[in-house]
Ligand binder design. Sequence first.
Ligand SMILES: *[C@@H]1O[C@H](CO)[C@@H](O)[C@H](O)[C@H]1NC(C)=O
Ligand SMILES: *[C@@H]1O[C@H](CO)[C@@H](O)[C@H](O)[C@H]1NC(C)=O
Ligand SMILES: *[C@@H]1O[C@H](CO)[C@@H](O)[C@H](O)[C@H]1NC(C)=O
Ligand SMILES: *[C@@H]1O[C@H](CO)[C@@H](O)[C@H](O)[C@H]1NC(C)=O
Ligand SMILES: *[C@@H]1O[C@H](CO)[C@@H](O)[C@H](O)[C@H]1NC(C)=O
Length: 453
Amino acid sequence: MKLFTSIAVLGLALLTGLQLVLGAPTTSLKASTTPCKTPRHTSTQKQTHTHTNTHTSKPLKTKSAKTKDTKTARTMSATSTASGCPAPTVPLGGGGPFATVQGRMFQIQSKTQFFAGTNSWWLSQLQSNSDVNNVFSELALTQFKVTRVWGFSDINSVATNTNPVYFQVLNSTGQYFNCDQTTGIGRLDYVVSTAEAKGVKIVMPLLNNYGDLGGIPAYTTAFGGNSTSFYTDATSQAAYKNYVQFIVNRYKISPAIFAWELANEPRCSQCPSSVITNWATSISAYIKSLDSKHMVALGDEGWFDSASIGDGSYAYSGYEGVDFVKNLAIPTLDYGTFHCYPDQWGYNNTWPNEWIEQHDAVGKAAGKPVVFEEYGSTNTANHSILMVPWQQTVLHNTSVAYDSFWQFGTSPLSINPFDDYAIYYNTTPGSDYEVLAYQHAAAMLAKNPVANQ
Ligand SMILES: *[C@@H]1O[C@H](CO)[C@@H](O)[C@H](O)[C@H]1NC(C)=O
Ligand SMILES: *[C@@H]1O[C@H](CO)[C@@H](O)[C@H](O)[C@H]1NC(C)=O
Ligand SMILES: *[C@@H]1O[C@H](CO)[C@@H](O)[C@H](O)[C@H]1NC(C)=O
Ligand SMILES: *[C@@H]1O[C@H](CO)[C@@H](O)[C@H](O)[C@H]1NC(C)=O
Ligand SMILES: *[C@@H]1O[C@H](CO)[C@@H](O)[C@H](O)[C@H]1NC(C)=O
């Protein structure tokens, strides 16, 4: 999901713990004059798309801001410090066994079961421990087993930063990790530690396709290239892998990590799908070399690029450079992910049922779990009316291992990260949350694993 809201920043944090990780490039370059950040989308404006094979207007979720491709690739001096930041000061490494693949399902908390989860990307941006505690308590009460939290927050300049919390600075002189307890990696430490204590696991993407919290635009602003050359650009890839190493090494002892994800919704628009397949093959193998215990997934939207699936319209056209079938065959990816926003992609509201069944069928053929990882409706008056049928398809017509709607909402936090998709925590019978979260989570847990394999 591309974010449509700005995070309200409450104050400028003092920078105390920034650590240079990759040193100055071998050639001296002037400081970047390109904008440090791409503008955030501030509206929830919808855009309608008709089904065409050659999309001329890009869907809303496509990054529209351009970065100039004025710099040539250069080599970092590779003075990477393996340690990155001082060790976490919160307890890490508890919370039961690691989640694993069992056939087309997952074993979680020592049980092979279907389950439900949600998305709360902003947990790593919260600076209040009690906010983090409250959110995890609500997730646990709902019987959610997983939530998805952004494991990145990249900026280009401390002076112009608007993220409450950031984990690295990328600029023309190098890559710097923010080791600070209140504005930096200390916040992600707290989220992972709390997840362990509350028994809710985290799916952690390590990069954003979009400019929200930095993402690929933060890399290309600092190191040159663009949204498509990023995947093969030596400098950007060296920095990205170094960030992956920093995070994976820090939390690889934690059973609270459900899986690492290469990115949130990676796209290489109008590229051959081999670009992302090659990248996913290489990066997933790299993560496995650092951490053989955790699962790894791509974090993509599940686009098809096969003549045999679908009607050739946008989601089936390979337009975004992603081939779900080929990527699911990558041995170092443990399961497949897919998302669904019919209102943004130009489809009607019953089409998601087909989309869910198509991914389940591909998962069945590949013998791997598939996860319906993001889906949502902006019908704020009644989210359930559209989303219940999709959940029923997951429950009754497929072996989708788990599903997690976009996105979890809760009472006011120190920031306001919520959009029209947010479903606010509520225990009142018949409320959107009670139906889509409480009831659905219980139904998924009650689903018979054997009958549905
Ligand atoms: C890059 O960011 C680091 C950390 O904030 C800073 O020390 C350095 O001066 C920056 N380099 C440029 C060229 O702005
Ligand atoms: C990115 O740069 C490459 C090579 O310079 C170019 O072929 C490609 O069209 C660019 N992509 C975008 C999205 O601008
Ligand atoms: C919804 O879209 C699907 C797939 O594009 C199509 O088969 C179906 O007829 C549509 N349903 C309605 C009610 O328009
Ligand atoms: C799902 O299964 C139910 C009952 O088995 C069936 O009536 C329904 O048509 C199926 N839905 C889809 C979208 O295939
Ligand atoms: C949403 O609409 C359905 C169908 O009309 C109704 O049963 C349900 O109570 C509504 N939910 C809310 C939260 O208004």
